[in-house]
Every structure is written in structure tokens, then in C-alpha cells.
Design a protein around this ligand. Structure first.
Ligand SMILES: Nc1ncnc2c1ncn2[C@@H]1O[C@H](COP(=O)(O)OP(=O)(O)OP(=O)(O)O)[C@@H](O)[C@H]1O
Length: 615
């Protein structure tokens, strides 16, 4: 068979050699079959079936066109009858040459062989990759984490704490906190720059800490519990105003899901531990999705001073509700609870809500009714997308509506009459939309709703009825009791601070009485800046502070100024409690004068005088 082939090729070679020196590349009979074989193998190995078929049909077509288009060309197909092509057209010579080479290298049977061989090779190749994929899948476990999912934050925090990255040659530096900040707004789980911890520069220390992370779009490797692991951060363009979205892909070389579960548990646990003292705050974005905007330190309930028993009732009621799912289900009552906190501005409504959320370990979802573009269906969708246990907070529930909040009011916003005075809210929300969102069929079960308002009388009774707002609590201006307790909490160091201070003083080898600065003393000049950057309040005996607090409360008339205003006043006397007591009466008078001035101005301008906020 090979012998025949050689004979034919030799004949063809001699024919070609007659025609042109250009074919001298084919040197002798023996090299042509090897070249052909080589080409065959190469094509079969490198091209897949589809490509081979295309190539084959292309060459056959070219061959037919070339040979058919030239009357003499048919002669060229038989080795014996080869004659010179009709000179002098160079094109004809060229085409003859090409067709000759094609014919010489591949006959129809060759193409069939290529096809058959290619098909076998392609099938083998596919089988190989299929087997490889199966094998890879059985020894690798790959998990993906989306940026907007909490699990992404767990994993990123976990990765940021891995020492592997501090030694990496290619890494990303980030000051992101992955939803976690400590009390000072810092991400304390992040790595400190080498040498940073010994730096006395306050501004450097108080700025955000950094985290080392695996470089984006690169696959980095590390070891997890003696298992090889690959980490890839994938950034993709969302197509929305050039916004980038990030995904995390983690592949572990293991056959067991147990390892992935262990990793997830470890990351979640570390995150939860770091977040224990924090509450997460979510708001709705322009796409009507909930997105986490911040983490705040939990506020101690004792730091919010309300009339006796109020905070206890609020927190106990919410706690009882959370534990009563079965009770509600048994009676067919929708498992929801609503609280309406109303009254004077700056009286602690928002503060107590955030404190209760912290106490119960719930995240806060802020529903901004005046958000631009929020309409009835968007609000309904937002409320139904709340997680099962959470605090939904609607601040200034009256503010979404132009005038008073009642069923007859038209939706505000886009429909405002031309030439009408501009109104702040831009929401297209109607009261019935709000009512439906609160307790319609789509309303989320298990959530606790807190609504606040300064205009209780402006609210529609339908909004305030039990089932929507089950408990109404009025927050008034400061009572004498509150003023006294606020003063005490301001100047009496917390027990823990006391202990720490005592410990420090013992270390310094001096008694606490020696160390106590004089009353109203400013900062100790020798105090290093990085230890005590602010003046310290004086340490007065408890009895003395109690006595000063009583005098302070005497000077503050009942329900005249807000707690926020009182707090502001005490802040200006942070280290001078006695001066605060001395100045209190005078300050109250100036507050009253300022308030009546504001009221008068409000009346002159036809405003709602009773809504003017006390300073
Ligand atoms: N009862 C209180 N006890 C301690 N601090 C208070 C109290 N009320 C207000 N404050 C302080 O005043 C500031 C404002 O309080 P907050 O925002 O909770 O008031 P609000 O009633 O929600 O006001 P607004 O109705 O204007 O939203 C906070 O810094 C808070 O610490």
C-alpha cells in the first residue's frame, strides 16, 4: 500500500518538478508521505471534528474549482498525463501549483482518513476531559460567595485574618471592615502595619486599620487544616453605571463536605464573635434591595434615661413577643408587633430602639418612607423581604406625606401641582400603601416594627390601631428625675472604668485619693497625648456627685427642655460639674427665651408653631 503511494507520489513529484522550481520544497519521494503523515496526525490531534470537516470541505471545494476551471488542469490530476499549464498566465500557474500540492498531499481518501481519525481522537479527547472533570469534581469542593450575601463578609473577614496574606508577594490592601467596626469605628480584626502599634501618632492610630487580602482576579493558594485550598476573588462589571461586583471562589482539595462546613462554621463563628457587640444597620438601595450600611456598637440600655419602668416594659414586651411564635400561630394572630414612639424631639426615641435591638440581638432595617422613588408596591416588596427576626424602623413616619397623614391625603411627590411650594418628600407613597405593607398578606411575619413621630395627632387612626401599632409610648421633655440621672451618669464613672482606673493607680503605686485631681481640674500637663488626649472629668466622691445632681435637677424645671438639649449643655461642662450646676438655671432661661423667639417667628411666618423643636 505504502509502496503504491510512493510510486504515485514519485510520478507526481516528477511532473511538478517539470513545471516549477517552486516545488523543490518537496525533496524526493520518501519525504512526501512522512510530511503527509505528519500533517494528518497534526490535524487529527489539534483540530476537532468540526474544524476538520470545515477544512476538508474547503480544500475539496478549492480543488474542484481549480481543477474544473482549467481545461488542462484535469490532465494534471493523473500523474502520467501531466503537461505544462497554458502559459503565460501566472495565475493559472499558481492555481495549478496549489491544486497540485493539495492533490499531492491529500486525496479524498486522505480526507476521509482525517475525518475518521479526527473523530476518534476527538471522542477520546472528550472522554478524557469528561473523566478529568469528574475526577476533579470528586476531589475538589468549590464554593462561591456573592458580595451582597452575609457569607461573603464572614469569609472575607476570615481571609483578612489569615497570616498567609501578610507574606504574599501579590496582594490587595483594603481598609474595608466587611460590616464590622469596633466601638471606635475601627476594624480591629484587620492587620496593623508593621511598626504601627508603637506609633504615638493619634491620627494614624485612629484611622481605619488595614487588611491584607488575596489579590483580585488571581488564584491564590493556601492551606486549611492541612488541605490545599485555592482562593479566587472575581470582579465583574455589573453593567450598572460601571459598578463592579465581587465574588469569592474557594476550592478545597478534599472529597468531604465536612471540610467546607468546618471552614464556614469557623468563619461564621469568628464573624459573630466580632459582631457580638455590634448591631448591623440595613437600608434599602435604589434597586429596592436591603444592603448593610453600617455596624454600630450596641448601646447600653442604662445609658438611656427614661421615666422609671419605660425601657424595661419596652424590652420585656419585645422579648416576650419574640418567644411567642407558637402562641400567635395557635390563635391565628399574625406574628407581628408594632410600637409607636412619639413625642418631643431629642427625647430618646431612636436611642432606645437601637438599644433594644442590641439587647435582643436583632439587626435594624431602616425603612425610609421619604426615599425617592418609593411607591406602594416597592414598600410592600421591601417589607416582605425583611428577615424573619429583625427590627424594622420607620423614623418620622409622618414625614413621607406632604401634609397630615390620613387616608384622604393624596400621595406626595411627582404629582405635586405646578407652581405649588416645594415640598421635601419625593416619595409616591399613599397611606393605604403603607397600611397594606404593614399588615397586608405580603407583610413579613416575626418582625418588630418601631415607628417614631413628633406629630402624633397628625397620624391617621388606621395607622395607629392595634395590629399595626400595638403599643404607643409618649416621650416627653426631660423630667427632674431624668435630669438628675443624666447628671449622675455624666460625672460618675462607670463601675468598670472605676476598676480599671484603680488598677492603673495601683500599678503606679499611688492611692486613689492621691491621684484624684482637684475639682474642675483640667488635663494633667504631663499626661502623654496618646494616653489621655482629652480632659478627664474630675473624680468626685459618689456622695458629692449625688448631691450636685439633686441641685442640678432642682434647677431644671419639669418638662421644659429635651434630654438631647440637657446632654448638649452638660457636654459643654464635661469636666466642670459644679459649674454646670451653677449655670443650669441661667441656661434654662436662655433656652426658654430662644424657644419663645422661635415660636414667635414661626407664628409670623404662618408655620406650625407647636412643632418648633426646642434646641
Ligand atoms: N432619655 C435619654 N437618655 C439619654 N440620652 C438621651 C435621651 N434622650 C435623648 N438623648 C440623647 O439625645 C440625642 C438624640 O436622641 P434621639 O435621637 O434618640 O432622640 P429622638 O427622640 O429620636 O429625636 P427625634 O425625634 O428628633 O428623632 C442622643 O445623642 C441621645 O444620646
Amino acid at each position: 500500500m505504502e509502496c503504491d503511494c510512493r510510486l504515485n507520489l514519485a510520478a507526481e513529484y516528477s511532473a511538478l518538478d517539470l513545471k516549477s522550481g517552486g516545488v523543490h520544497v518537496i525533496e524526493g519521494c520518501a519525504s512526501v508521505p512522512s510530511l503527509r503523515r505528519l500533517l494528518l496526525v497534526y490535524l487529527a490531534l489539534t483540530l476537532d471534528l468540526r474544524h476538520i470537516a470545515i477544512l476538508a470541505s474547503y480544500f475539496s471545494l478549492a480543488q474542484q474549482v481549480l481543477l474544473g476551471g482549467n481545461s488542462n488542469a484535469s490532465n494534471l490530476t493523473t500523474p502520467s498525463g501531466v503537461t505544462a499549464s497554458p502559459a503565460p498566465e501566472e495565475f493559472a500557474v499558481g492555481t495549478e501549483l496549489v491544486s497540485r500540492v493539495v492533490t499531492l498531499l491529500f486525496s479524498l481518501s486522505d480526507w476521509l482518513k482525517i475525518l475518521a481519525f479526527g473523530a476518534v481522537m476527538e471522542t477520546l479527547r472528550r472522554l478524557f476531559f469528561f473523566a478529568k472533570e469528574k475526577m476533579t469534581a470528586s476531589i475538589w469542593i468549590t464554593a462561591r460567595f456573592e458580595e451582597y450575601d452575609s457569607s461573603y463578609d464572614w469569609m472575607m473577614l476570615w481571609l483578612a485574618k489569615q497570616p498567609a496574606w501578610t507574606r504574599a508577594r501579590d496582594l490587595d490592601i483594603s481598609t474595608r471592615s466587611f460590616g464590622l467596626q469596633d466601638k471606635d469605628g475601627q476594624f480591629d480584626n484587620a492587620t496593623m502595619l508593621p511598626g504601627e502599634e508603637t506609633d504615638n501618632n493619634l491620627s494614624l492610630l485612629s484611622s481605619r486599620s488595614i487588611a491584607y487580602l488575596p489579590a483580585a482576579s488571581l488564584t491564590c493558594s493556601m492551606w486549611y487544616r492541612r488541605r490545599y485550598m485555592e482562593v479566587t476573588r472575581i470582579k465583574t462589571n455589573t453593567g450598572r453605571r460601571g459598578q463592579m461586583e465581587e465574588k469569592l471562589e474557594i476550592s478545597i482539595l478534599t472529597r468531604h463536605h465536612r471540610v467546607l462546613n468546618e471552614l464556614l462554621r469557623e468563619a461564621k463563628k469568628a464573624y459573630m464573635a466580632a459582631a457580638e457587640s455590634l448591631i448591623s444597620i440595613y437600608i434599602s438601595d435604589s434597586n429596592n434591595n436591603w444592603s448593610k450600611v453600617a455596624s454600630r456598637a450596641k448601646r447600653d440600655m442604662n445609658s438611656i434615661i427614661l421615666d422609671p419602668g419605660v425601657s424595661e416594659v419596652l424590652v420585656e414586651d419585645a422579648r416576650d413577643f419574640l418567644g411567642s411564635k407558637a402562641w400567635y400561630a395557635a390563635r391565628g394572630i399574625p406574628f407581628r408587633r408594632g410600637y409607636l414612639l412619639y413625642g418631643a424631639p431629642g427625647s430618646g426615641k431612636t436611642s432606645i430602639i437601637s438599644s433594644i435591638a442590641g439587647e435582643l440581638g436583632l439587626d435594624i432595617y431602616m425603612v425610609s418612607l421619604s426615599r425617592s422613588g418609593l411607591d406602594d408596591s416597592a414598600l410592600s416588596e421591601l417589607i416582605s423581604n425583611l428577615p424573619e427576626k429583625c427590627v424594622a424602623l420607620m423614623e418620622d413616619i409622618d414625614a413621607a406625606f406632604t401634609h397630615s397623614l390620613n387616608r384622604d391625603a393624596e400621595p406626595a411627590g411627582d404629582d405635586a401641582a405646578p407652581g405649588a411650594p416645594p415640598t421635601a418628600p419625593t416619595s409616591r407613597l399613599s397611606l393605604s400603601g403603607l397600611l397594606n405593607a404593614l399588615d397586608g398578606v405580603a407583610a413579613q411575619e416575626g418582625r418588630i416594627l418601631y415607628a417614631t413621630t413628633n406629630k402624633y395627632s397628625a397620624l391617621d387612626p388606621a395607622l395607629c390601631r392595634p395590629g399595626r401599632m400595638d403599643i404607643h409610648v409618649e416621650f416627653k421633655l426631660a423630667s427632674k428625675y431624668q435630669a438628675r440621672r443624666l447628671f449622675t451618669s455624666f460625672y460618675l464613672p462607670a463601675d468598670e472604668d472605676d476598676k480599671k482606673e484603680k488598677q492603673k493607680e495601683e500599678e503606679r503605686g499611688s492611692s486613689s485619693s492621691d491621684a484624684a485631681p482637684a475639682i474642675d481640674a483640667g488635663p494633667t500637663p504631663t499626661t502623654p497625648l496618646h494616653l489621655h488626649p482629652l480632659p478627664l472629668p474630675p473624680k468626685l466622691p459618689r456622695a458629692q456627685i449625688t448631691e450636685l445632681a439633686a441641685r442640678f435637677a432642682d434647677a431644671i424645671p419639669e418638662r421644659t427642655v429635651s434630654m438631647a438639649a440637657l446632654q448638649g449643655f452638660l457636654m459643654t461642662h464635661k469636666v466642670r460639674p459644679q459649674e454646670a450646676v451653677r449655670m443650669a438655671a441661667e441656661w434654662v432661661e436662655s433656652e426658654r427665651a430662644a424657644r419663645s423667639r422661635q415660636l414667635n417667628e414661626g407664628r409670623e411666618h404662618g408655620g406650625e408653631a407647636e412643632e418648633v423643636k426646642p434646641s
